[in-house]
Design a protein around this ligand. Structure first.
Ligand SMILES: Nc1ncnc2c1ncn2[C@@H]1O[C@H](COP(=O)(O)OP(=O)(O)OP(=O)(O)O)[C@@H](O)[C@H]1O
Ligand SMILES: [Mg+2]
Length: 431
């Protein structure tokens, strides 16, 4: 009798051996529609290597905010288990993304006297301490405080000032902040799922790292991440992040509009949006009819019949609102003029058919769809625009981005932004 091989578990695959200098990093994207986990080996020669992924739908969030701890924890735990099994490792800490909390950004400046001497590592440390003292979170939590631009005697543009002679050394710091309660709730949900939080990363910053080209970031580009519940924006110029903003609207609003308009379930509306929806109608959409199931599946209710053009009309109404808001935010972030020609769309919302063409017309700029890059072994299922944040988290963690606020300090920072900031600070300090 032939011996049958045991059924293969698709989530489990051969464990990839670690190279000599490699370390394991786990990242977690807790989104309004899904929780996704990725485990990668970083620090070797070449790109980070994906060794495990996990994903679970999640109904515990609204507009990026945790509104149901139990459901969120279950989704986190489920996605973590999948990824851990696939990678053959146990994870203690994750780097997680945040898109809730009304992300916003500001620039703080600091300057120290050098008196004509050559700039040393001690001067850089002094400048960072001076910079940290200039950050005023105004009751919010500092998510990032990245050195954006150094200036020698008032002249900006030096990438690394070490070794230069100057009388004064200045620095602009790009500070990303968020409301504290949503971060605390996310922190609690992650902890309750028995995972430690190593750092929080603003979702559009993570997505920028995986979806933008270096040259785009140097010439000027805005990344627009259209999630299920939140749309976030990150503006880059001269190779640096210069502005972050958030709009509490996303792909789910389109789904809900369709469900309301055609009196159907959200699940039906979601399918119709992906299969028959688009951002731009073509002439044949006036003739193609779609049957939309009624809210009640009993035999007394008739399905609604709508042309694709009618469906696209509903989608367009919401897109006009969303892109109107995006235009306002881009203006507020100073994304204007010749260095503001390129836009990159990421997030699941960027999967909508013809959205790049629509955005090009609505915002009068070049638009492309951004997909995650820079990782080896990313499964096909996680290589669409909805996973730019997840992949970017790995690149963020691998690069160990300098952070003025969360760096270990000789003295405790004033204000501190609360317990969560202190906790992240402590964790980052121990990295
Ligand atoms: N083919 C498609 N056409 C249109 N919309 C799509 C398509 N695929 C996914 N979406 C939409 O993308 C959204 C999910 O995107 P994403 O996974 O980036 O969100 P999230 O990370 O869960 O949420 P958030 O970041 O807002 O908290 C949903 O609204 C979904 O309907
Ligand atoms: Mg998201």
């Amino acid at each position: 009798m032939a011996i049958m091989a045991p059924p293969k578990n698709p989530l489990v695959r051969a464990v990839v051996p670690k190279g000599p200098a490699e370390r394991t990093i786990a990242v977690l994207d807790v989104g309004t529609s899904k929780v996704a986990v990725l485990i990668a080996l970083v620090g070797g020669n070449g790109e980070p290597r994906v060794i495990g992924t996990g994903q679970k739908p999640c109904a515990g969030l609204k507009r990026g905010l945790v509104i149901d701890f139990e459901r969120t924890e279950a989704a986190i735990r489920g996605a973590m288990d999948q990824a851990e099994r696939a990678a053959g490792v146990q994870i203690e800490f994750v780097h997680a993304s945040i898109s809730a909390g009304n992300l916003g950004s500001d620039v703080a400046t600091a300057e120290i006297d050098i008196a004509g001497a050559s700039i040393t590592a001690a001067d850089m440390m002094k400048l960072r301490e001076a910079g940290r003292a200039r950050i005023d979170p105004q009751g919010r939590t500092v998510v990032h405080a990245q050195p954006a631009l150094y200036a020698l005697d008032g002249q900006p543009g030096v990438e690394s000032p070490l070794g230069f002679h100057a009388d004064r050394l200045g620095m602009d710091i790009h500070v990303v902040t968020a409301d504290t309660p949503p971060l605390k709730n996310l922190d609690r949900a992650i902890k309750n799922a028995h995972v430690g939080l190593r750092s929080l990363v603003a979702s559009p910053l993570a997505a920028s790292l995986s979806a933008l080209e270096r040259e785009e970031r140097e010439l000027g580009v805005a990344l627009i991440e259209i999630g299920a519940g939140v749309t976030t924006i990150a503006v880059h110029n001269y190779g640096m992040l210069v502005g972050v903003a958030a709009i509490p609207m996303g792909g789910d609003d389109i789904t809900y509009d369709l469900a309301a308009e055609f009196a159907t379930r959200r699940s039906h509306a979601e399918r119709i949006k992906a299969l028959d929806g688009a951002a731009i109608a073509v002439p044949k959409d006036n003739h193609e009819v779609v049957e939309i199931p009624p809210m009640n599946d009993d035999s007394t209710s008739e399905p609604v019949r709508a042309t694709k053009a009618q469906i696209i009309g509903v989608i367009r109404h919401r897109l006009d609102m969303l892109f109107g808001e995006i235009a306002i935010k881009l203006d507020e972030l100073g994304f204007t003029g010749p260095q503001a020609r390129q836009l990159v769309l990421t997030g699941g919302g960027a999967e909508l058919r013809a959205i790049a063409d629509f955005a090009q017309g609505a915002l009068n700029r070049n638009v492309r769809i951004g997909r995650p890059r820079g990782l080896t072994g990313l499964p096909l299922a996680q290589s669409g625009p909805a996973f730019a944040t997840l992949a970017g988290l790995v690149l963020f963690a691998a690069a160990e981005q300098p952070d003025i606020w969360h760096m270990p300090s000789v003295q405790k920072s004033p204000g501190g932004g609360g317990k969560l900031a202190m906790m992240i600070e402590k964790l980052r300090g121990s990295m």
